[in-house]
Design a protein around this ligand. Structure first.
Ligand code: ADE
Length: 231
């Protein structure tokens, strides 16, 4: 899979792309990431990429021309713009992106990008959540990591992907490892019992209880505890 990142700060990605399983996926050739800096497509000695908003107001807007020069040749790839006004990123967004051959991630900066870029050169707008960051670079690195771990061969044991939080709309159950007794706090006896039926039943119950308690919004209407605040 190839991911093209449009950013005025390509150096931001040096460490997230260099370490851990993402670094290995790139070294192994399972994932290719390339960068396009709008400044390299800007005019004038100052290589200006932003300008004051029409109509006045605070901040600066990313000018359309440098972005269009990058994004027009990338037509045919799935072009994603990061903005707090986009649809919230979820596991199903990542599942969908991981199926693509070539994804383009556009990191907005300043007050955002000229809307004509979003209208004509972007296929989907995505937000990391209901808060405002300085730019889309953090979101792009989240997407790269979330997608990389879904690519074949990147995660050693693929069943860990199947059972994790947000698949089946349930949070993951709590996990324990040695020692069984840590400072007097004991791991649940059932997990040490060797009884796989009971263990599976316990895990399923934990997933449901945790989700009902912490994220009732993930459950269907009839599974939600009364008074959870979700309508
Ligand atoms: N750029 C600034 N804030 C953002 C957010 N919440 N999600 C995605 N991109 C952003």
């Amino acid at each position: 899979m190839r991911i093209s990142v449009v950013t005025v700060f390509p150096e931001y990605f040096d460490s997230p792309l260099g370490v851990s399983l993402v670094g290995r996926a790139i070294a192994d050739g399972r994932l290719e990431v390339d960068f396009h800096d709008p400044r390299d497509h800007a005019n004038g000695v100052h290589r200006q990429v932003d300008d004051a908003p029409f109509g006045g107001g605070p901040g600066m807007v990313m000018m359309p021309e440098p972005l269009a020069r990058i994004l027009e040749p990338l037509e045919g790839t799935h072009r994603v713009l990061f903005t707090p006004a986009g649809a919230p990123l979820t596991q199903s967004t990542l599942d969908r992106f991981a199926e693509m051959d070539h994804l383009t991630l556009v990191c907005g900066r300043y007050e955002g990008v000229d809307e004509r870029i979003a209208d004509h050169f972007i296929d989907e707008e995505v937000s990391l959540g209901d808060y405002v960051l300085l730019g889309g670079e953090v979101a792009a690195s989240v997407v790269i990591e979330g997608v990389a771990r879904l690519l074949p061969g990147v995660v050693g044991n693929p069943s860990s992907i199947e059972s994790e939080s947000f698949r089946g709309n349930l949070l993951e159950e709590p996990q324990y490892t040695r020692p069984a007794d840590f400072r007097g706090w004991k791991a649940p006896e059932v997990l040490l019992s060797g009884d796989h039926g009971r263990i599976a039943e316990w895990r399923e119950r934990q997933r449901r209880e945790r989700t009902a308690q912490r994220r009732p919004d993930l459950l269907d209407d009839d599974e939600r505890p009364v008074g959870s605040g979700c309508v």
